[in-house]
Design a protein around this ligand. Structure first.
Ligand code: RP5
Length: 174
């Protein structure tokens, strides 16, 4: 496994880490080297610009950016870099109800997309980034196929257990 980070995980505050950690966990599962740090659009704007400007030349292929409330980090990073940006809306202490974070990240103008996952959906952000990497990495792609099979099998096992308790409710085995 290469040790040079190819995915950047950034977040507006350390208070976002319990959610953003889930993206890191998925990248770890797929053996994808990543870096992880705090970059705040509002509190460290120069650091944000520097991070986004240098991300490509530093070898990153995808950026996962999470923020809550007036969540400008993913969109502003996407405005600066040519890399794909996956945005994670976070329900934070300054969120009204989470919709503020979602809409701040989702409703980007034409020309500057952010691939926005669900509220607190950092797990899916990690998987989406891994899928992007898998386009050019057969090992990651195979691991992704195995992961999909595994989560499907987990559902089938649960269905079998449910069937045991409710035997006459559904008899299809697929
Ligand atoms: C956002 O404000 C951060 O991304 C975080 O979700 C939220 C609250 O930040 P803290 O006040 O906890 O540092 O910029």
């Amino acid at each position: 496994m290469a040790t040079q980070p190819i995915v950047g995980i950034i977040m507006g505050s350390d208070s976002d880490l319990p959610i953003m950690q889930q993206a890191a966990d998925m990248l770890t599962l797929f053996n994808i080297p990543f870096e992880l740090t705090i970059v705040s659009a509002h509190r460290t704007p120069d650091r944000m610009v520097e991070y986004a400007k240098t991300a490509h030349q530093r070898g990153l292929k995808v950026i996962i950016a999470g923020a809550g409330g007036a969540a400008h980090l993913p969109g502003m990073v996407a405005a600066i870099t040519s890399l794909p940006v996956v945005g994670v809306p976070i329900k934070s202490s300054n969120s009204v109800d989470g919709w503020d974070s979602i809409l701040s990240i989702l409703q980007m103008p034409g020309g500057v997309p952010v691939a926005t996952v669900a509220l607190n959906g950092a797990k899916n952000a990690g998987i989406l980034a891994a899928q992007m990497i898998g386009n050019h990495d057969a090992t990651v792609s195979k691991a992704m196929e195995a992961y999909k099979l595994q989560i499907g099998n987990e559902v089938l096992e649960k269905a079998d257990k449910m069937q045991a308790n409710w035997p006459n409710q559904f008899d299809q085995q697929s």
